[in-house]
Ligand binder design. Structure first.
Ligand code: ADP
Length: 423
């Protein structure tokens, strides 16, 4: 089967979220970490998502990386391109959603692209072009104070309008609720009015499915992972995608010793550590000792000793007052870097020692571990908890089963249950 959907995601966890959505809706999906250098065999898949770090990169770099990803996906045969960004439309007046979308549209000769970050399941809805998080306008949420992409304007037509010289129109909810053919007609109208972008309203999953159906023949679709929900059905209707059911999430089994590495200090992660400690050995890293160059090899030796009896946990995670104390001593950046570097070394040494199953807690921590292990891509499997799938590595190196969990995700028993869901 040839590749159907090619996606470009502006960050790593966003890419995983999208892949998880596609697998749940019947597409076999692989996530690539950056544009592959050299040859990479992705296997028999229906969708490939290339995870970039382009959300807050300089505009020029974000555009260049996205076009490189586009070229790779088209060479791989993708029939439709999806540009994935955050459901809170994280961006600034300079970009990067507008400039990246414009560049992709030009290369694909796309007459108009929808922009729909809505994800009703997580409370992100759009009405009259205004983005809501739960019952608040976007600009009245924590996103107004985001350090890199403060979102102080909830009107997405206006927000996107500042990022592109092209005309941005709206397909409003009274049209969306009437279904796919009405949305399609309104998009044609907007195109005739000179719009190259259309923000599309969305209040519930049914709207996502209708929007998905309406853009079946668009070369480029942009949005959050929500709007991708409607795309697999298009390929099925066209006879290109068989009904796969649970088979879409099938992964090869990866036996071997298992570890949990936790660098996230979120409340959810701290509770998950407590739950794990009740059953299995756990060892805490002291960032101040690490900064002095101590502790690392002892911890690796400790983990190796306990591995034969089941999963072990190594964590740096600490409650806020403890994190503040460490940051006061080392500085915020150095504290983070010391812990991330330690996690990278521990992951590498334990994989060399035979570990094949890893759960990693923390977005930045996951990034550091994935990089240290030289992982090129992940085949996406069943969901462990909302937004966190089990995965198996593809490409060079030993095959590993991985679960990468960003901060606040996962229920209390996540660390133990993850190993039951992982292949
Ligand atoms: P999350 O997904 O919860 O944001 P991240 O891994 O992205 O988790 O970020 C957590 C950051 O905190 C990382 O840079 C990590 O190295 C750092 N960190 C972890 N433990 C400590 C600690 N005890 N003191 C200071 N910083 C820490």
């Amino acid at each position: 089967m040839p590749l159907l959907l090619g996606a470009i995601a502006d960050d790593f966890t966003g890419a995983t979220d999208l892949c998880n959505m596609l697998v749940r809706h019947g597409m076999r999906t692989v996530q690539l970490i950056g544009v592959p250098r050299g040859t990479l065999e992705v296997g028999e898949v229906d969708a490939v998502t290339i995870a970039l770090k382009s959300r807050t990169a300089p505009v020029k770099e974000a555009v260049a990386d996205s076009l490189e990803a586009l070229d790779w996906l088209r060479r791989a045969g993708a029939r439709q391109i999806f540009f994935k960004y955050c459901s809170t439309f994280d961006s600034t007046s300079e970009g990067n959603i507008g400039p990246v979308g414009d560049a992709l549209a030009d290369r694909l000769d796309a007459p108009i692209a929808v922009a729909c970050p809505a994800f009703p399941e997580t409370g992100r809805t759009i009405y009259m072009g205004h983005l809501f998080v739960g019952d608040r306008l976007l600009s009245e949420t924590h996103m107004a104070h985001h350090p890199l992409t403060p979102m102080t304007d909830p009107d997405l037509v206006r927000v996107l309008g500042r990022q592109t010289p092209r005309k941005v129109g709206l397909v409003a909810w009274p049209t969306v609720r009437r279904g796919a053919s009405f949305i399609r007609d309104r998009l044609t109208e907007r195109r005739h009015e000179g719009c190259r972008w259309a923000i599309v309203d969305c209040l519930e999953d049914e709207d996502l499915l209708a929007i998905g159906e309406a853009v079946a023949d668009h070369p480029l679709v942009t949005g959050g992972s929500g709007v991708a929900m409607g795309l697999p059905a298009n390929f099925r209707r066209a006879g290109l995608l068989p009904e796969r059911g649970a088979e879409a999430a099938a992964l090869p089994s990866v036996p071997g010793p298992a570890v949990v590495l936790a660098g996230s200090c979120s409340a959810a992660t701290l509770a998950q550590i407590e739950a794990f400690r009740e059953h299995r050995p756990a060892r805490r890293l002291d960032p101040l000792a690490l900064a002095r160059g101590a502790e690392l090899h002892e911890v690796v030796a400790w983990a190796r000793e306990h591995l034969p009896s089941g999963p072990v946990l190594v964590y740096a995670s600490a409650p806020p007052e403890e994190v503040r104390r460490v940051q006061a001593e080392l500085g915020r950046e150095r504290a983070g870097a010391v812990v991330e570097e330690a996690m990278a070394v521990i992951a590498r040494e334990l994989v060399t020692a035979g570990v094949r199953r890893l759960v990693v807690a923390g977005g930045e921590t996951s990034g550091a571990v994935v990089k240290a292990l030289g992982i090129e891509g992940l085949a996406i499997g069943p969901q462990i908890d909302p937004g966190v799938p089990a995965t198996v590595t593809i490409g060079r190196g030993p095959r590993l089963a991985l679960a990468l969990k960003s901060g606040n995700f996962g229920r209390r028993d996540f660390f133990l249950r993850a190993f039951e869901v992982m292949p």
